[in-house]
Design a protein around this ligand. Sequence first.
Ligand code: ADP
Ligand code: MG
Length: 234
Amino acid sequence: MNATILAVDQVSKRFAGRVALDSVSIEVARGSMTGVIGPNGSGKSTLFNIIAGTLRPDEGSVTVDGREITRASAAEICGLGVARTFQISRLFSEMTVLENLVAVARGLDDRAAIALALELLEFLEIGNIAKKWGSELSYGQRKLVEIARALMLQPKIMLLDEPFAGINPRLQNRIVEHLKTLCAKGITVFFIDHEMRIVLTECDLVYVLAEGRLIARGDPHTVRNDSKVLEAYF
Ligand code: ADP
Ligand code: MG
């Protein structure tokens, strides 16, 4: 087994000549909680889109569990155990929560998919909303259901795009506890955050992007005291 579950090697991406990512390299250890922070527009979502296969890099490569996936399709990458959530919720509003989960199951019959969905909702302490419509959910509930939906793929690694944005600190802390439980089970959690509070307390390793460049990398303590990080944020 590879100790490194995800490696991004010198990835660059331009949009109409504008540099969104400039030779970014990142390594994520299996079972770790790894974070990426950076101001708005620093390239965080672009990085996730490239890893998940919805964007192609102009240069560089991406390797998951020792296998190069730079030119693989999003479906193939998903099949290799990479699940993601989006910054903006993509749940189906005309389906119930349970249906939203069952709809994305892979390689399970209906019965097994329903059983897994209910188990995940219990795990995230939202079993009570299984029958609610997507359109009825609060913003915080959506964030949790997004995570449950990613877990339906029984992934090796989860890419979470701003899972804590816009929700109250109590729910943020609850989500952190759930993510830690996943890490303890060997699932890797790789998330983007715009704010620093959670990344800079909970992560094993933090990467900092600013204007498409990696400006710092280290444990939370190191990153918090890095002059380049303070400059990018304040
Ligand atoms: P972040 O998630 O850190 O806020 P993004 O990765 O969304 O940043 O964006 C990085 C830069 O790339 C921004 O300048 C943004 O405007 C630009 N960008 C992102 N996606 C596209 C796109 N599809 N077309 C053109 N420009 C884009
Ligand atoms: Mg973003």
